[in-house]
Design a protein around this ligand. Structure first.
Ligand code: 5GP
Ligand code: ZN
Length: 122
């Protein structure tokens, strides 16, 4: 997937601020943060969305989610059994949800309170 932006970040062809990684997953800061903590967590292998990853490699999905929580711990959003102040994990799928990069990514968002629903109806 040489034309995929996040595959190119994994390959080191496009710079990114990496915060943590495992052999198979990468966490790096979003270029346009919408919260004090805004980190993207991805599998290094290309899957187009969370459903494809869950179907194709559920173990890797677990590894990606574990890395997301480890990032939240490092950012002092959670610690051990304590979930305060907490964080939001978002995976947009498809255009109506606002997915703009077709390589599955989980947004780890934290450091401010967030409303629900995430966007007002229009
Ligand atoms: P989506 O809109 O698909 O849910 O999220 C894509 C995210 O990727 C956006 O939050 C956007 O700011 C981020 N993004 C787009 N291009 C780059 C880039 O080149 N580097 C980094 N670090 N983030 C990017
Ligand atoms: Zn990719």
């Amino acid at each position: 997937m040489s034309d995929c932006l996040f595959c190119r970040i994994v390959a080191g062809e496009i710079p990114a601020t990496v915060v943590q990684q495992t052999d198979r997953a990468l966490a790096f800061r979003d270029i346009n943060p919408v919260a004090p903590t805004h980190v993207l967590v991805i599998p290094k292998e290309h899957y187009r969305n969370a459903g494809a990853l869950a179907a194709g490699d559920p173990g890797l999905l677990g590894e990606v989610l574990r890395l997301a929580d480890a990032v939240a711990e490092e950012e002092v959003l959670v610690s051990g059994d304590d979930v305060d102040p907490g964080y939001r994990l978002v995976a947009n799928t498809g255009p109506q949800a606002g997915q703009s990069v077709d390589h599955v990514h989980f947004h780890v968002l934290g450091g401010r309170s967030m409303g629900w629903p995430p966007w007002p109806p229009h």
